[in-house]
Design a protein around this ligand. Sequence first.
Ligand code: 5GP
Length: 197
Amino acid sequence: MPGTLIVFSAASGAGKTTLMNRVMPSFPNVVYSVSATTRKPRSGEIDGTHYFFKTEEEFEKMIEKNELVEWNKVHSNYYGTPKSFVEQKLAEGKDVIFDLDVFGKINFDKVYPQAIGILILPPNLEELEKRLCLRKTETEETLRLRMENAKKEIDFALNKGKYQHVIYNEDLEAAVIELEGIMVKYSSLKSSIQSGS
Ligand code: 5GP
């Protein structure tokens, strides 16, 4: 049976990365699709593990050569899903998880309409603003911009995104249980959690 494809999307500050990192170890058959990006590596990020870090020129070559399942410009950097990685993992019988922005997910669906979409949202916009402030990475201007973008993304995702599941991440432990519950619903993932760690 071909592997399951699961797409995660979230507004920034929704806690997607924390949630994925908590749940992934329970699903040994699931691999994370490593995207290509022109964003500079953050401290601790490893080329080939977190992203394939590319120059703009390299990335544009990948687009030209049709090497990406989908791509998008997010916060002025390119991000895209390399075809070869997905095809190789599916051929190995793996389930694959993707982290895509809400607009990239629409293009992804054109290639893999069978993919399961999971949208992670903060409980409300006030909470999102509070979390972004706590990170202390934003100026007043970038905070305003991020909040405006988040509103647009959430609106788009809820109305046009075709996500089968929406998780409102208010309490991390509750969200972890909810996400695990969703993932075991899909049969190949279920066998992986049962035989897993
Ligand atoms: P970050 O730079 O914080 O790792 O990611 C920024 C945004 O890019 C997030 O919304 C993430 O979901 C999105 N992203 C990461 N990889 C891809 C990809 O391959 N394609 C698309 N469309 N978005 C991606």
